[in-house]
Design a protein around this ligand. Structure first.
Ligand code: GDP
Ligand code: IMO
Ligand code: MG
Length: 425
């Protein structure tokens, strides 16, 4: 049975958590393949609003297995908080959540290194979530990291000590003022590890291989978005993992030949949190309206998200890199009430008109070229059928489908699980 993927196509926060939750009823297994607690995936259902960071977004469904894959980085302290927040739902976590032994561990000193690195960059900082993501993936590729499977070994604390000591000396090199009490951080860390090791650790690539053979339906859940991909994103203002389709292969051990549908998810406009260029960013009342109506505040850090018009040049690039086979458009409801909507269909790049994403999208090189579309006034949030959608919105959707050459299968009209319209065309 092929493995389907669900990936963000912009700079993250497209609504992946919501859609994975909506689609879980069609799957036996939901598997997160990269990222870590930098992610914040929001689910809303039955009057509940819940944010997940490392735990897959299928966790609220009966008879579904949730897997944290080898490509994910896990902070035991944040993981414990996530488990604590789930306690009230009385889920049998030990039997519905499995963790790859090959997933890497975020140590308290990784977080400190993240803070030191950002502080040393000054104005050029990445705008990291400061969860230790970069330093942990650096240790992974540098072949120094600690993995979940190490926690099953007797001498893991020795390994921990030696890595933490090395990190402490590295913090000194940054020559910035990072205040910390390592003893306190380590007390929390060791207590959280005690809880983590009570969970079920697996060789997830083997588990998923057998599941595929048995015909189980698997959905791989991405974190962040394609424009934050370490290779294909707006480097260096990116995260430290492959957020694109290939990341699902390496982050779960799924062979490329086994990938089925690639579901790409995007907002009807664009947002970005953290530093880095954003050609269609708005600094006017329209941008303010998007932020306010869309409640654009980070689910992990609470920072306000920068807002702007839909960037079709960047979106096309993401569709291409990922081989997207179907699209989900989120937050169309937020655009209700705009008289005119703009879609960036090309860039003026160093005097030339181009329609592909160039190496450098710094502000001084790029002027977006927009196509203007009619807006709509109707409140979409109570609509449940395609026929109810306003004509101007259908024109917006038709335009995007034509440009992107991929069908838009889901139109989301609100944060709740039920505010989801399926299109068959
Ligand atoms: P993720 O990181 O991709 O899972 O997305 P986040 O959870 O960080 O951010 C998406 C935000 O938009 C959350 O607050 C969701 O509850 C909300 N959301 C998702 N879909 C819709 C939608 O169609 N309309 C509106 N208004 N909000 C949505
Ligand atoms: P979800 O899964 C939006 C951004 C940060 C920063 C850059 C690097 O919720 O869509 P990092 O902590 O990885 O070193 O930060 O990436 N970023 C996200 N932005 N959504 C996310 O995840 C993000 N995860 C990281 O703001 O600009
Ligand atoms: Mg998010």
């Amino acid at each position: 049975m092929a493995v389907d993927l669900l990936l963000g196509l912009q700079w993250g926060d497209e609504g992946k958590g919501k859609i994975v939750d909506v689609l879980t009823k069609n799957y036996d297994i939901i598997a997160r393949f990269q990222g870590g607690p930098n992610a914040g995936h929001t689910l809303e259902f039955d009057g509940i609003k819940h944010v997940l960071h490392t735990i897959p977004s299928g966790i609220f469904h009966k008879n579904v297995m949730n897997i944290v894959g080898n490509g994910v980085v896990i902070d035991p302290v944040i993981f414990k908080k996530e488990l604590d927040a789930l306690k009230k739902f009385k889920l049998d976590i030990k039997s519905i959540l499995l963790i790859s032994r090959k997933a890497h561990l975020i140590l308290p000193t990784h977080r400190l290194l993240d803070a030191a690195s950002e502080a040393s960059k000054g104005k050029a900082k990445i705008g990291s979530t400061l969860k230790g993501i970069g330093p942990t993936y650096m240790d992974k590729t540098g072949r120094n990291g600690m993995r979940i499977g190490d926690l099953e070994m007797k001498d893991w604390k020795k390994k921990y000590r030696s890595l933490a000591n090395k990190h402490e000396s590295m913090i000194g090199f940054y020559n910035v003022n990072v205040q910390y009490d390592l003893k306190e951080l380590e007390d929390d860390f060791f207590a959280a590890v005690e809880e983590l090791i009570e969970l079920t650790f697996i060789d997830s690539e083997e588990y998923l291989y057998q599941a595929q053979k048995e015909g189980k339906k698997i959905l791989a859940e991405g974190a962040q978005g394609s424009l934050l991909d370490i290779d294909f994103g707006t480097y260096p203002y990116v995260t430290s993992s492959n957020t694109t389709a290939a990341g699902a292969c390496t982050g779960l051990g799924i062979a490329p030949s086994q990938i089925g549908e690639v579901k790409g998810i995007f907002k009807a406009y664009t947002t970005r949190v953290g530093s880095g260029s954003f050609p269609t960013e708005l600094f006017d009342a329209d941008g303010e309206t998007m932020g306010r109506v869309g409640n654009e505040f980070g689910a992990t850090t609470g920072r306000s998200r920068r807002c702007g018009w839909l960037d079709l040049v960047a979106l096309k690039y993401a569709v291409q890199i990922n081989g997207v086979t179907e699209l989900n458009m989120m937050k169309g409801d937020v655009l209700s009430g705009f008289k005119k909507l703009k879609i960036c269909t090309a860039y003026k790049y160093r005097g030339e008109t181009i329609s592909h994403l160039p190496y450098n999208i710094e502000k001084e090189n790029i002027t977006p070229i927009y196509t203007e579309m009619e807006g709509w006034n109707e409140d979409l949030t109570k609509m449940s059928e395609v026929d109810q959608l306003p004509k101007a919105l259908m024109t917006y959707i038709d335009f995007l489908e034509k440009e992107l050459e991929v069908p838009i299968k889901i139109v989301s009209v609100g944060p709740d699980r039920t505010q989801t319209i399926f299109r068959n065309s």
